[in-house]
Design a protein around this ligand. Structure first.
Ligand code: PEP
Ligand code: MG
Length: 322
């Protein structure tokens, strides 16, 4: 099996009836790029930038961040690199950025909510990204977007920083796509409206499942409710994908679900364009996809959307894929 997978390192990700998708990697630091490429990643689907902010005594400077983003973009040699702006707060804390204690950290002051309040932090990060953008194929996405207003505010700040750099005579790319993570149900429900304004979606199922099922992803006692194959989740995913395609945009997924063997046939059938996962899952996923037929997976997904329980969905996939 390992030998079979190794042959796929430089191959595209295609179903047996010719439908091509993109298999990309989740990374946390520039060091992870090597492993991503070795495992056949066609790009980076999620660069979790919070790691650049951790294990330090102060906010990372624009220069420090610029170097990190430039390194990743250069090493990826023109392949797409989706960088997520800072997703801190909630359970992820920074020693030098004291935040008020919260009763429900996962429902609180984190990610884009914090960044739209501390715009100084967001501006520094966007400046670093803009400056690095000429070194590769950069896409930027904002985490935990719950309303269109939040996206519009973030985009306005991005455009202001781009304008400032232009005035300073510093070159930036004009083809940076701006997208959002879909990890809050309100955003999935209004995906048709978002799709008119964003360039792409990336579905963050780790949070989307937790918020849809109202089950803390860290709480063992309710972990049975963490149900990627719940038809409610599948329907939300479908809404997002369909909405993006209607506007000629694309949808990826960067939660754990994207690399899950039972989920992949369903996601393929729902029309997902990009699957972002840990690097070590990529070749296995590519091999699986090469054995599936897009047409059959479309039918499979259609059926799954009308199942009533998770077990029924799992049963359905097992029968179809063996
Ligand atoms: C997600 O929520 O699915 C996601 C990819 O973000 P994180 O796991 O970093 O919250
Ligand atoms: Mg998340």
């Amino acid at each position: 099996q390992l030998a079979e997978w190794a042959k796929l390192v430089n191959e595209p990700s295609v179903t047996k009836d010719g439908k091509q998708v993109e298999l990309v990697a989740n990374i946390g630091t520039p060091k992870d790029v090597e492993g991503a490429l070795k495992n056949g990643a066609e790009g980076v689907g999620l660069f979790r930038t919070e790691f650049l902010y951790m294990d330090r005594d102060e906010l990372p400077s624009e220069e420090f961040q610029f170097e990190a983003y430039k390194t990743v973009l250069e090493k990826m040699e023109g392949r797409p690199v989706v960088v997520r702006t800072l997703d801190i707060g909630g359970d992820k804390k920074l020693s030098y950025l004291p935040l008020p204690e919260e009763l429900n950290p996962f429902l609180g002051f984190r990610a884009i909510r914090l960044c739209l309040e501390r715009t100084d932090i967001l501006r520094t990060q966007l400046r670093a990204l803009l400056r690095a953008s000429t070194y590769g194929n950069l896409k930027i996405m904002f985490p935990m977007i719950a309303t269109l207003d939040e996206f519009r505010q973030a985009k306005a700040i991005f455009l202001e920083e781009k304008e400032k750099l232009a005035k300073e005579g510093i070159p930036t790319s004009d083809s940076i796509e701006l997208g959002i993570m879909v990890e809050i149900p309100s955003t999935a429900v209004l995906a048709d409206q978002f799709a008119k304004e964003v360039d792409f979606f990336s579905i963050g199922t780790n949070d989307l499942i937790q918020y849809t099922m109202a089950a803390d992803r860290m709480n063992e006692q309710v972990s049975y409710l963490y149900q990627p194959y719940n038809p409610s989740i599948l329907r939300l995913v479908k809404m997002v994908i369909d909405a993006s395609h209607k506007e000629g945009k694309w949808t990826g997924m960067c939660g754990e679900m994207a690399g899950d063997e039972t989920a992949i046939p369903l996601l393929l059938g729902l029309g997902l364009d990009e699957f972002s996962m840990s690097a070590t899952s990529i070749l296995k996923a590519r091999s699986l996809i090469s054995k599936l037929s897009q047409e059959e997976m479309n039918e499979l997904a259609e059926k799954a959307l009308n199942m009533r329980t998770v077990d029924e969905v799992i049963e359905l996939v097992k029968k179809a894929v063996n």
